[in-house]
Design a protein around this ligand. Structure first.
Ligand code: NAI
Length: 343
């Protein structure tokens, strides 16, 4: 029986994975064990006796953790997410670990959330909601802009960026894109420009590129300075794309018009947990929360029933490949000696 230890497991993970394991994957007899804690050097022992671990975005799979897992006999890592910036792929390759992810579970789910953030900020729905509940129907302070005819810059026109661009194109927005790899589908609805031109011309900039060394702090002091005064910035991709301190300065200068984030540079330890009865020590995050024109959601872009079903199905498909020792289209590290890292 193949045994998997889940880390950072939430009740909804257990619900969707158990459902898939009881139905579609019943004949494989997988044993799934759920741990709410994140994977770290301290929690590695929880994987003892397991063949694989299943991790999420904020479980750190650094070289030490990989070595410790390998020492326990764990040979597989299943990422139940698309991004893999939290994984040391070189170390995984060195220890011959099987690593697979879920490359696309519902690009539309994340795209729809990005647009929901945009529209909430633009029409001040977050403020209107509270006002109306207190009997305040005054409109002053709720002024938005008509989306039709506005220019939106999409940084990273892959699956999620393209899905976002298609929705906004439907609103009648002019779409600009920046991506080292151009796509014919994006060209049907938008125009590729340099990042600088995108930043200068866009009323809204939305980030959909992965976090890699080349994109770390892609939105920094310089990029913010290049943005149109009053423009809106949306980040549903990875927190590290944005220099949060620089964003706070740009907001204080009234240069950046509004910010919505579903991801945060230091979200590890804050997001996915209930801190409502505690003091949050992160002063940068807390400063962000004081701006009326900042909207934060806790990494919920992926969080739809359809996406969770897909994540469970694809992860367990990846587990079948691992258990059978067969090739896997979603592998990030191919462990056969003559194969290269596929990422
Ligand atoms: P994708 O791989 O389909 O697209 C990423 C695009 O970014 C590619 O076209 C790539 O060429 C481009 N890119 C690479 N380097 C770039 C650069 N320097 N500048 C501009 N573009 C660059 O990935 P997908 O599925 O669209 O996901 C994008 C990101 O969304 C993921 O990396 C992940 O971090 C994030 N994500 C967030 C979720 C959430 O719940 N908030 C859920 C799923 C993914």
């Amino acid at each position: 029986m193949t045994k998997v230890a889940f880390f950072s497991a939430q009740p909804y993970d257990q619900r969707f994975f158990d459902a898939a394991n009881r139905t579609t994957f019943k004949s494989h007899g997988f044993e799934l064990i759920y741990h709410p804690v994140a994977l770290s050097a301290q929690t590695v022992p929880l994987a003892e006796g397991c063949d694989a671990v299943c991790i999420f975005v904020n479980d750190m799979l650094d070289a030490d953790t990989i070595e410790a897992l390998h020492g326990l006999g764990v040979r597989g890592v299943l990422l139940r997410c698309a991004g893999f910036n939290n994984v040391d792929l070189e170390a995984a390759k060195q220890f011959g670990l099987f690593i697979a992810r879920v490359p696309a579970y519902s690009p539309e789910a994340v795209a729809e959330h990005a647009v929901a953030l945009m529209m909430t900020l633009n029409r001040r729905i977050h403020r209107a909601y509270n006002r109306v509940r207190e009997g305040n129907f005054a409109l002053d302070g709720l002024l938005g802009m008509t989306m039709h005819g506005k220019t939106v810059g999409v940084v990273g026109t892959g699956k999620i960026g393209l899905a976002t661009a298609r929705i906004l194109h439907g609103f009648g927005c002019r779409m600009l894109g920046f991506d080292p790899m151009t796509s014919a589908e994006f060209k049907e609805i938008g125009e590729y420009v340099d990042l600088e031109v995108l930043l200068e011309q866009s009323d809204i900039v939305t980030l959909h590129c992965p976090l890699i060394p080349a994109t770390e702090h892609i939105i920094d002091v310089k990029a913010l300075g290049q943005m149109k005064p009053g423009a809106m910035l949306i980040n549903t991709s990875r927190g590290g794309l944005v220099d949060t301190r620089a964003v706070i300065s740009a907001l204080k200068l009234r240069h950046l018009g509004a910010l919505a984030i579903d991801v945060y540079e230091q979200e590890n330890g804050i997001f996915f947990l209930d801190h409502s009865s505690e003091i949050i020590d992160d002063d940068i995050f807390q400063r962000l929360m004081t701006f009326p024109n900042v909207l934060v959601t806790g990494h919920q872009g992926f969080f739809t029933a359809e996406a969770l079903s897909e994540i469970a199905e694809v992860t367990l498909e990846n587990l079948i490949c691992f258990a059978a020792g067969s090739s896997c289209n979603n592998a990030l590290v191919v462990t056969a000696p003559d194969r290269e890292v596929n990422a």
